[in-house]
Write a protein that binds this ligand. Sequence first.
Ligand code: AMP
Ligand code: ZN
Length: 482
Amino acid sequence: MNLFLYNTLSKEKEKFKPLKKGLFNKEEVGLYTCGPTVYNYAHIGNLRTYVFEDILKRTLKYNNYKIKHVMNITDVGHLTDDADNGEDKLEKSAQREGKTAWEIAKFYTKKFQENLHDLNIEEPDIWCRATEHIPEQIKLVQQLIDKGVTYETSDGIYFDTTKINDYGKMANLKNQNLKAGTRVKIGEKKNPHDFALWKFSQPNEKRQMEWEAFGKKGFPGWHLECSAMSMKYLGEQFDIHCGGVDHIPIHHTNEIAQSETVTNKKPWVKYWLHGEFLIIDNDKMAKSAGNFITLDTLKEKNIDPLAYRYFLLQTHYRKQLNFSWEALEAAQNGLHNLYKEILKIKKTANQLPKNKNLLKNKLETEEKLNKKNLKIFQETINNDLNTPAALSFLWHYIKDVPLLEKIKYKTILDFDKIFGLGLANIKETTQIEIPKNVQKLLKDRLVARKNKNWTESDRLRDEINKLGFNIEDTKEGQKITK
Ligand code: AMP
Ligand code: ZN
């Protein structure tokens, strides 16, 4: 069956055709997804991008492709301003928290990987850290110097974007017509879009992460790592590259410039996919804006990470999504209702006609009928990862399709290969309905516990008990059972 994906490069929905055939006629797809800058917790906006990429990966697998997935960890070189100005985010956090930059990177990498696990996001086949690929990055800069597309300023080695004629093709930057000296402050740069390949440590700056290269101490520019590491692990040409939409005009544009220059204009990546933003109060959720919410905050408020995943799946990845607590709670209720319906199906799945012949015939006929549903589902998700439509189809399938529960249950678990909502492991406790008044008491108790007001916390527990619910305080927060 055909798989269609929207390609930012062509601005069209295209039929997916991998670059190469793998062993045993299994087509192998190279996938590179830009990873986190590990100087702080990932916020739930960042995590939206990783959930979208997870859906992409699961859809490729559902279509029987074998995947090699590489994700980087940016642990050096990402400055507070995406366009090469400001401080190194890692060094800045190290100062703020009184730790080494290496400790910062290690701590937030672990936290990020825990987030992925909580959200049921499959890990990449290869994790790669920028600091562990310094020789590869130095080599790439040297190749670009040899090609004559660079120049040096007092603070680094820059890529001269006027040396290539298709710079900015994906983001259509030509039409923006930016000229040196107009509006944009460019310092010693020759052209506004020129970007740092390598930065020199400044005499007044004591960096923890720096390396000897090009005759001085310095560190790689942010875009360099993704070109160097993706080509190391996936080759000079590979299938898919992803990130959030903010990467289109700068980060990914510069990655293309570097990579296609060293390979003499070989088209580097065939399909570029970008996820839209999570918005809060009409603004992009961003670490720098200070309006960000983490997955831990959701957990503290008794929101299951999978409910956040369900919330995300209700909107197509190329549409902006507005975050609100009300919408998230509604999604959590929706997920619990889904669990409840599936548990009912699971319970009756084994109640089958006793007559063996009758059963065999019925199963065969219904399996045939069910093929149509499997086809609709796959067509839906293959239409540029249309998760909202696929979820609607799941609900329709559960509610309106008259088939043996045994077949339905098996099919629902098959659909969950895409959704990743843990539908095979629903526990009775996850689907209990918590009345509004109990929810309120739980929230109050959370506040009491935060304020270390144990008397109030105990009083609220008694009140909740009287309403027929038990609470257990766990690492993940208050667990409630009936
Ligand atoms: P960073 O850790 O800042 O390098 O960002 C990690 C990923 O999150 C990148 O792919 C960004 O494009 C993406 N991202 C950043 N902010 C948002 C947001 N508000 N909504 C969705 N994705 C985002
Ligand atoms: Zn990248």
